[in-house]
Design a binder for this molecule. Sequence first.
Ligand code: IVH
Length: 677
Amino acid sequence: MPATKTTKARALELREQLNRHNHLYYIANQPELSDAEYDALMQELRGIEAEYPDLLSPDSPTQRVGAPPAPEFIEITHPVPLLSLSNVFGDDDLIAWHHRVSEFLEIDEFPMVCEVKIDGLAIALTYESGVLTRGATRGDGVTGEDVTANIRTIGSIPLRLQGGDFPQRLEVRGEIYFPKKAFDAFNEERVVEGLPPYMNPRNSASGSLRQLDSRETAKRPLDVWIYAIGWAEGGPIPQSHSGRLAAMSGWGFKVNPWTSTVATLDGVRTAYKKAIEERDGLDYLIDGMVIKVDDVGYQDRLGFVGREPRWATAYKFPPEQVSAILDEIRVSVGRTGALTPYAYFEEGVYVGGVVVHQASLHNEQDINRKKIAAGQRVIVQRAGDVIPQVVGPVPGQRDPPEYRLPEVCPVCEVPVFRDDDEAVVRCVNGRCPVQIQRLIEHFAGRGAMDIEGLGEKMAVLLFNEGLVLDVADIYRLKKEETQARLMEMEGLGELSVQKLLDGIEASKNQPLPKLLFGLGILHVGSEVSELLADRFGSLDEVMAATEEELISIEGIGPRIAASVRDWSQQEGNLEIVKRLIESDVNPRQERREPQDLPWTGLRFVVTGKLEAFSRPEAQARIKSLGGAVSSSVSGKTDYVVVGEEPGSKYDKAMRLEVAILDEAEFLNKLAETESVA
Ligand code: IVH
C-alpha cells in the first residue's frame, strides 16, 4: 500500500529535524535534544521507512548505520585530481616560498590563509542538488576508491546540505581523522578483548575508512575537517579561499576554526608559533600548518608545478628528537643492489609517538662526517610519517674510528662494487637473492602490478622454492605444482593458492605505466613510467627506444635515458620482457605524440621586464603549451621574448638572427595558440 500524504510529510519532517539536530550535535556543538529524544525521532522514522520502503532516500539519517559488506572497493577517477603540497621546513624556506609567489605575481603583499595541517587521510565528497552522492579516498590523487557507504556512517558529514545557496553539483575536500581521545579509548578496549592495539590514530583512521563492511566503520568514531572546494557547477562560489571556508561552514560542513588570514610573513610566523603551542591540546593530530594564497584569481595564475600548487605550501613542524644508545650499524641490500647502512636499537626508541627499532643513516660518508658509531649515544628524530633518522651523536663523546661498509655483499657474499661518483656501494651480482626477492615484491606491490597475495613473505617463499626466479616466472606458475610445493612447505591451502593465481591473472590488465614501474629500472619511478608509456605506448617500443628519443621527452634527462637504454640492452632483461609478452603481459596504450602540444619542440628565452605578467608566469605559460624555456640564447633558440630593458640576451639574439617577439607579438601568439589548444 502506498504511503498516505500525511505519512510522507511526516517522514520528510522527521528527516529535516534529525538532520538539523545532527548538525547541532556534531558540528555546532550545541545539542538541543537529549539522546533519548533523538533516538525516539530516529525510531519513528525507521518505523515509517520499514513500512513504506519507497519513502527511503539516500539522504535519510537512518542510512548512516552501515550497509552489508561489499566484495571490493570500486575505483573512481577524480574529475579534478587531488594535489599534494610542497613543504617548507624553516624560516629560510618560508621566505623563499613567499618570494617566489611574490615574484610570480609581481606584488609584495598578498593575503594568505593559515590552517592546521591535519594528519589524517584526504577525502573527496560529491553533492548533487545538496545530497551526498559519493565519498572517495584520495588514492594516488588521480584515482581513488569509492567509500560512500563508509562515509555515510560519519556523523559530522552532512547527508544533505543546509540553506539553498550551494552549487547544484559540488565536490568538497577534507581530512578524515580518528580523534585522539577516542583512539586511546578504542585501543584500551581492543587490549581488553585480547586484540593488538593500533599503531596511531592516522593509520587506524585509514584502516577504518577502508573497511569493506561499513557496519565496522560505523563502530569507529571517525570525524572530519573540510578544507577546500574541489570543483563546483551550477551556482557561484566565492572567489577567495577564506570566503569558501565560510560558505562551506554555512552549508553545514565542519570547517576547522583554527584558521587565520594574514597579510605578511610576520603574520604567518605568529600563526605558526601559535599552532606549535596549541598542538598538544587539540583532539586530532596535526603535523604542520598549511599556508594558502587567499585570492582564487591569484591561485589560478600561480598554477602548479607537477602535482603541487605554487599557491600553497605546508610549513612542517620541527621533528621530534630523542637520544638513545646506538646498538649496532647494520647493512641492508636494496632492490638495486645498493648497500645501505642503518641504525639498529635493540630495545627500541620511543620517538614521535611510536617505538622504532631502526633508523636511517644515509651512507658511509655521512656516518663518518657526523662521527657516528655503534655504542655511542645518538640523536634520533622522526617527523610524521617520515622514516626515523639518526641526526648525529650527542656532543662530547670521543671520536670513533672510521666506519666502512663491508667489502662483500652481506647476503650473497660476492665482492661489492664501489661507485665513488655516485657515492654508493652496490652488490652487482645479478643473481643476489635479496635483490631478486625485493624486485619480485616491488613488481607485485601496490604502485606496480598490485598482485594480491604476493607480498614480502610470499616473494621470499616462491623464490626459495625455486618457483619464481624472476618477475616473468610469476606468470608461469601452475596451480598444481605451486600448490603441492607451498602446501608441503608452509601448509598453504588450495584457497590461498587460488587467490594468488587469481591475483596474478588479474594483474595482466594493469596499465603500461604500472608494468614499467614494476620492472624496477634504475631511476624509473612512477612519474617517469607515465612519461615513457605516453610516448611509446607499449613495452616493445620502450625497449626499442634510442637514447635521443628518450632524452627528447620533457621530464627525462640524460641520466634516466642512459639507465633505460642500459636496461633494455641487457640480454637477461630482453629475455624477461620476451617471456612476459608471451604470457600476455603486454598492456598497450595510445601514444601521445610530442606534437600533441602546439609548442612542443620550440625553445624560448624570456628577457627584460614584461607588462602583462612576470617572467616566471610567462615561462609557465610557454611550458603549458609544450614549449621549452632556457636561460641563455643559442643557435637552438627559436624565439626570444623581449620586454623592457632586455640587455645582452637581446644583442645576442640579434647577432644569431633568432626570431624576436616583443611583448605585444608574444601576447598575440599566446592568444592565438591558446584559442586552438
Ligand atoms: S589543502 C593543494 N589543507 O595534506 C591543496 N590539505 O600534503 C592540497 N591536508 O593531501 C590540500 N590538512 O590530505 C590542505 N588544511 C589542509 C590540510 C591538508 C591536511 C593534507 C591533505 C593533502 C595533504 C597534502
